[in-house]
Design a protein around this ligand. Structure first.
Ligand SMILES: O=P(O)(O)OC[C@H]1O[C@H](O)[C@H](O)[C@@H](O)[C@@H]1O
Length: 509
C-alpha cells in the first residue's frame, strides 16, 4: 500500500470503519440510515456461505440431472446483479469436462440476440432466465423469444424442461414457471440485493452448471468474512479497503482505477456495478475506472485512487507520480469468491463512512420510466448533436462516459474504446465505456445520482436486422433505441450534460 497524500486520512477512516464493523455484523441499520427501508432486508450476503451450504445439495442435484439430460449449452439471460457474476465465472473458469458451456446475454441489440439464437444448439440448450424481481424487461423479452426456439424443437409441452429460472420466491417469473411447467425454480435469497448476490443461487447455480466445486469456491469467501469481523486492521483488509475508498472520496479522489490480472478481467464489470450503483447517489459517488492508461499517470489530476489486484509493474510508476495505490494480493482464480466478499464489505463500509445507503438504487427507475414513456408514445431518439456541446468545458475532476447501444464485441464497440483512448489522452480525465443496456443496471445509477461531473455521449448503432419480441408490440431494436432515448431524457432531467451521437461521430473524437 502506497497511500502517499492519503496516509493520515486513511488512518482516521480506518478507526471509523472498525467502529462500524461490529454494528454491521449486528445488522444495525443505523450504520447507514435511521430508516431501515432497503437496509434491514438487504444484509443476507453477510452469511451467504452458510446459506449456500443449505442449498448446495439441491443445486448439485439439479445440475447432475441437467448433465444427464445431455445439455451441452446454457444460455443465461438477465441484467446487472443477475448476470455479471455468471459472466465472470464463465470467462474465468470456463466449463469443466462433462459440463455445459455457459453463455450470458445481457444485450437487447438485435444482432446479439440473433447471434445467440443462431449459434446455440437448441436441442441441447438450457435457458436460464435470472431475475431477482422476475420482471426486468430485457430478461422478459429474451425469455419470450428464446422460449419459441425451444418450442420449435421440443414442442410447447417439452420446452419447459429446458427452462430453469433463478428468481425470488413469489415473483412473476416464478408464477410463469409454474403455469408453463418449467423444469424447476431456483430461489434467490430475498434479503440480498442483486449486486450483492454473487454467492447466492444467482451465482451458485451458474457456477455449479460450469462444474465449479461450490464448497471449494466458497472457502476463500468464508475466510474473508471471518477476517471482516476482526478489529485488527492488518487482518480486516475488507474494512480497510472501505476506509481507504471513503478517505479518498473525502479528499476529492472519487475515481477508483481498478487494475486486474488478465485472467479475471471481467471481474471489473462486477466490481463496477457494485461500487457505482452502491455509492452513486445524493451527489456522492465513486466512479470505477476499468481502462485507465497507467503510463499516463503523471498527467492525471489528483482525483484518483488506484487499486491493483496482484502484481503490476506499472503500479510503481503510478505511486511515484504521487497517486495513492492499494495493492491487494492475488494468488489466482481460486481466490475469486474471497474478492467478492472483500469488495462487498468494503462497499458497505465505505457507504457508512460516506453517509449513503449502499443497498438502494433510487435513480435507476428514472431511465426505466422514461423508456416506457418513449415506447408507449411512439417517440424516437432526439436528434443527434455535436460532442463539443458537452466536451468543451471538461475540467480536472470531471469524467466522460461513452455509452454505446451497440453490438457487444462488434466494430462499434471497438470504435468506442478507440475513441475513449484518444479522449483520455486529449482531455486528461477518466473516460469510461458502458455498453447499453448493461450499464443502465450498473453505472447508470451513479451517472444520474452521483456528482454532476460527468459528460455523457450516448452512441446508438444502426441495426442491419431487427428481431421481434413475441407477445409485445415492440422489437428488440425498438427497445434498444427507447432505452437510449430514455436514458438521455433521464440524464438531462437530472441536469447532466448528455448528447446523442451516431457511431460515425466517434471517428472525429
Ligand atoms: O435481478 P433483477 O430484478 O432482474 O434486476 C437486475 C438489475 O436491475 C436493476 O436495474 C438494478 O439496478 C440492478 O441492481 C439489478 O441487478
Amino acid at each position: 500500500m502506497t497511500l502517499g497524500p492519503l496516509t493520515d486520512a486513511v488512518a482516521d477512516a480506518t478507526r471509523q470503519a472498525l467502529e462500524v464493523v461490529p454494528r454491521m455484523w449486528d445488522r444495525d441499520h443505523t450504520v447507514w440510515r435511521d430508516d431501515p427501508t432497503e437496509i434491514e432486508d438487504r444484509l443476507g450476503w453477510l452469511d451467504a456461505p452458510e446459506r449456500a451450504d443449505e442449498v448446495r445439495g439441491e443445486l448439485e442435484r439439479l445440475v447432475a440431472d441437467v448433465v444427464a439430460d445431455g445439455i451441452t449449452d446454457v444460455l443465461l439471460v438477465g441484467m446487472g446483479g443477475s448476470s455479471l457474476y455468471p459472466e465472470v465465472l464463465a470467462t474465468t473458469y470456463g466449463a469443466a469436462a462433462g459440463h455445459p458451456r455457459l453463455r450470458v446475454l445481457d444485450s437487447v441489440d438485435p444482432a446479439a440476440v440473433i447471434a445467440a439464437e443462431e449459434e446455440l444448439p437448441w436441442q441441447a440448450t438450457l435457458l436460464v432466465p435470472a431475475s431477482k424481481s422476475g420482471g426486468t424487461v430485457e430478461m422478459a423479452c429474451h425469455l419470450a423469444r428464446f422460449r419459441e426456439r425451444l418450442v420449435d424443437v421440443h414442442t410447447a409441452a417439452g420446452a419447459g424442461r429446458h427452462i430453469l429460472p433463478i428468481t425470488d420466491p413469489g415473483s412473476a417469473l416464478e408464477r410463469e414457471a409454474s403455469e408453463r411447467g418449467y423444469r424447476a425454480v431456483v430461489h434467490g435469497q430475498p434479503d440480498v440485493g442483486g449486486r450483492f448476490s454473487a454467492l447466492t443461487p444467482f451465482g451458485l447455480l451458474p457456477a455449479a452448471l460450469l462444474g465449479v466445486d461450490l464448497d471449494a469456491h466458497l472457502a476463500p469467501a468464508r475466510e474473508q468474512l471471518a477476517a471482516a469481523r476482526s478489529q485488527d486492521p492488518s487482518v480486516n483488509s475488507p474494512a480497510v479497503l472501505g476506509a481507504t475508498i471513503a478517505a479518498a472520496h473525502r479528499a476529492g479522489r472519487d475515481k477508483l482505477v481498478l487494475v486486474l490480472p488478465d485472467e479475471v478481467a471481467t471481474f471489473g464489470l462486477w466490481v463496477e456495478q457494485l461500487v457505482a450503483e452502491s455509492t452513486g447517489k445524493q451527489g456522492v459517488g465513486v466512479l470505477p475506472v476499468l481502462d485507465a492508461d497507467l503510463a499516463d499517470a503523471d498527467r492525471w489530476g489528483d482525483d484518483r485512487l488506484v487499486v491493483v489486484l496482484g502484481a503490476s509493474p506499472a503500479a510503481e510508476a503510478v505511486a511515484r507520480a504521487g497517486h495513492p495505490v492499494v495493492q491487494l494480493p492475488w494468488s489466482g482464480p481460486e481466490q475469486l469468491a474471497g474478492e467478492v466478499v472483500r469488495w462487498e464489505v468494503a462497499t458497505a463500509v465505505a457507504g457508512a463512512l460516506l453517509g449513503i445507503n449502499p443497498f438502494d438504487q433510487p435513480d435507476v427507475q428514472s431511465a426505466k420510466t422514461a423508456t416506457d414513456r418513449v415506447l408507449s408514445s411512439g417517440e424516437d431518439l432526439p436528434p443527434t448533436g455535436n460532442a463539443d456541446e458537452v466536451l468543451a468545458d471538461v475540467a480536472a475532476g470531471d469524467y466522460v462516459a461513452l455509452l454505446g447501444f451497440v453490438t457487444p464485441g462488434g466494430d462499434d464497440e471497438q470504435a468506442l474504446h478507440a475513441a475513449a483512448t484518444r479522449l483520455r489522452s486529449r482531455l486528461g480525465v477518466p473516460v469510461t465505456v458502458g455498453i447499453g443496456p448493461r450499464y443502465l443496471h450498473s453505472t447508470g445509477q451513479l451517472h444520474k445520482g452521483g456528482p454532476n461531473t460527468g459528460r455523457f455521449l450516448v452512441v446508438v448503432g444502426e441495426d442491419a436486422r431487427d428481431a421481434d419480441v413475441p407477445g409485445r408490440d415492440h422489437s428488440f431494436g425498438r427497445l434498444k433505441r427507447a432505452q437510449a432515448a430514455g436514458d438521455l431524457a433521464a440524464l438531462r432531467a437530472a441536469g447532466r450534460r448528455a448528447v446523442h451521437l451516431r457511431p460515425e461521430a466517434l471517428r472525429e473524437l
